[in-house]
Design a protein around this ligand. Structure first.
Ligand SMILES: [Zn+2]
Length: 184
């Protein structure tokens, strides 16, 4: 009678696949490119907390192509410096004991990241950032605070999805809301 054994095994397998898919953010579906709006996907694990940020480049520098003037280059440099400074941009509940581990920025029109993808055909372009934090116990994080609205004046709304060991949540933050409450 193998069938009763097979059913739970397959169910468990499907659940594991779903979890793997959810953790491989930014696979989570969000609405497409919309100026003023960006998305955040948080993944909370015991030893690591990761945040993926996808934003129209317009929100960050005011244009969506390579910079053409010194002033534009300075805006790009300032935006990238702000994004790379994870310790200034993020504050994670101290209970989790997290510290910045890695920042990866991808914006092909700025020459950042893997691949030499050309500028988007419709004249729009995104920047993706991923911040990884090493944590003593990420599951103890009751909140995550960000400084994205303060750093980027053109950004008005953040669509947030979080996957934690206790489940998933979605929330929309409107400027100047800086705190994401996590279930724990
Ligand atoms: Zn655009």
């Amino acid at each position: 009678m193998p069938m009763p054994l097979l059913v739970p095994a397959r169910a468990a397998c499907a659940a594991a696949s779903l979890l793997a898919a959810l953790l491989s953010a930014p696979a989570l579906a969000h609405k497409a490119h919309q100026h003023g709006v960006a998305t955040l996907d948080l993944s909370v694990e015991p030893r690591r907390l990761s945040v993926w940020f996808t934003s129209p480049l317009d929100n960050l520098v005011g244009f969506e192509r390579e910079p053409r003037t010194d002033a534009e280059r300075q805006r790009v440099d300032a935006a990238l410096a702000a994004l790379r400074d994870a310790a200034a941009l993020w504050r994670i509940d101290p209970a989790a004991g997290c510290s910045p581990a890695e920042v990866v920025l991808t914006a092909p029109v700025l020459g950042l990241g893997a691949g030499a993808a050309p500028a988007a055909k419709d004249g729009h372009a995104d920047l993706e950032a991923r911040w990884d934090f090493s944590c003593r116990d990420g599951t103890r994080a009751g909140f995550v605070e960000h400084g994205l609205f303060a750093a980027f004046a053109r950004l008005g709304r953040l669509e947030v999805q979080a996957v934690t060991p206790r489940g998933q949540m979605k929330v929309v933050l409107r400027k100047p809301a800086g705190r994401i409450a996590l279930a724990r």
